[in-house]
Design a protein around this ligand. Sequence first.
Ligand code: GCW
Length: 731
Amino acid sequence: VHGDGLLVDTVLDEVVRACLEHGGRVWRSPTWDVEVDLVLALRDAGPLANATAEATRLGVTPAADGAAHGRLADEEFLLTRTDGVTVVLADTPAGLLYGLFHTVRLGAAAFDDDRAPERHRPALHLRALDHWDNVEVHPVSGQVERGYAGGSIFWRDGAARDLTRVREYRRLLAAVGINAVTVNNVNVHGEAARLLTDRLDDVVAIAEVLRPYGIRVHLAVSFAAPVVLGGLPTADPLDERVRAWWADATHRVYRRIPDFGGFLVKADSEGQPGPFTYGRDHADGANLLAEALAPHGGVVRWRTFVYNHHQDWRDRSTDRARAAYDHFVPLDGRFRTNVILQVKFGPVDFQVREPVSPLIAAMPATRLAVEIQATQEYTGQQRHACYLAPCWSEVLRFEPWGPDDRTVADVVAGKPASRRTEERRTVPGGRLVRPEGGFLGPAFAPDGGLLGPAGGAGPGGGVAGPGNRPGGGPGGSAGHRAGHGGGLVAVANVGDDPFWTGHPLAQANLYAVGRLAWDPRLTADALLDEWIDLTFPPSTVDDPELVRRTVHAVLDDSWRTYERYTAPLGVGFMVRPGHHYGPDVDGYEYTPWGTYHFADRDGVGVDRTPATGTGFTGQYPQPWSDAYESLERCPDELLLFFHHVPYGHVLHSGSTVVQHIYDTHFAGVEQVRRMRAQWRELAGRIDPAWYERVRERLDEQLRSAVEWRDQVNTYFFRKSGVPDAQGRRIY
Ligand code: GCW
């Protein structure tokens, strides 16, 4: 190991740890004539003869030349095999650490002599996990809101925990590429607000543990903090005292945590305080915190999950799906460069099937992050096996402007609009868009400065950017750059459970979050292979190929299986109110939450077309706006999200809606039965504790799937009176 720095020490520790376990010796900065198998080196740390030649072949001028363009990006690394030695090169310690974990992933393959040189850099700068962990046990949401893996690994009963477990957690996270963690719930209750001020010591302690692994701490803060913590009479974002309070509080945080990542805010949402109280909008709110963070290089992640949760179910014109777009799109161009708007992947709320949020295509002058939910609130609560990488991968690969244009992953990487998008673009509502993609409006910059120059794709296809500083950096002014993108954020699925995630197979979801954020083009299938190799190294299991086949058989299609036995055709929210586990078709139908399916004796689904419904389809750019609006072209799996149709409506599949509901619910249960049987083949072949935990959960999954099937089928049979074409039992 060659080089200096905190993260280089970490690399050394990791290699020492590996050698203690598996054999081998380690040298710190040896002379180059020591014979080794693996070199991990910062390029300015020594004479690198052959390796440098390899780097040059890859188009990277050695850093020693001083040529800025030849430097690797902050987290980037090279891997080459030269003269029988595997060499990992980076220009920054973080790059070296990721290079080490890449080598670990490759295993023996990293030492193949015919291995071609590789260059890796993350597509997304911000790869974050948000823990919805409460500092105190909350009467409704418990220690972890929507947590299904035991208690919090950070907090217990109002106090910070012993961080021993976090020392392992940081390795796990860095190994999958996560570089930011929010340590408290976005619903900031009680004591948690004080993490920002007099309980900062707790955050400092966590930051110190995470730092050596390149992971920055973020804090969820209350917009009302100046009132509840500072004793001010107001939290109005335009009030000078409020601005001074935030500047001071933020400054104090950075004095203790110089690499602090930033704030996460849920404002004016589900009862959390926000700028609306003061007649201000969300740009005023977000910019207030951004201004406080800018001198220190931090970002504010501001969630767009803002909607009316006191809706009248009788009112069919209000549409929760519209809310984020309606609130935020008019503000495009007004956010400071260190504001990231964090957008839930779908327009409603992490359902098993939703279209991609139209907001992602509608804020060209704003940095956007996409938020996904690893914690399985609506996908079986880690009692059901549900591998979500196929869902997330669909989201990240989705092309909001149609084929051969930018994907969602490109947008959150900050890639600017293509020429094609620029030329053909008019947006819903007929507003004209300027060539760079910014709306003609108050933010229009005649010099074309809406999208910054830093957003271009780097030579490796990833995004060249400012490195591990997602923030606008010092002085980040009210310029308008979507350039650095906002990254990928997942709500964490980890707790103090011995398997980390409650359901051991849910670890694959955590793994996929980090890896997809690093490279959104990775397939769900390939990621599962990686995870299987790392989780069940051949030496630890009886029949590695059987293990691989079985885990694939259980997980590959599990997301679609879950969809089959739960909510059909994009309809969503047929869950038990409150805890959200198990079926209750009408559970939310007459509530204020805005999540309705409108089933009656004739049909089901939400009419979101402009002609006869809420007009939501008009929030999409072409070609999706037309596709979703059209009954003929709307994809089957989203039909009931966009349309209210009779039960006899014929799908593209050839089936009617009601027959599809019956068929998929019967099929889903049979699939779970198969998953359960397949898993049993691993009895005695893997760690028994592991085996048992999964077995027990698959039993529950089957019980629950049967319950879902019978309630949903019975409900629609009773509503429609249409019998099952195959005469199966419906109650
Ligand atoms: O889906 C809902 C959850 C809430 C959560 C909210 C959010 C943290 O039921 O528990 O609150 O989303 O995303 O803010």
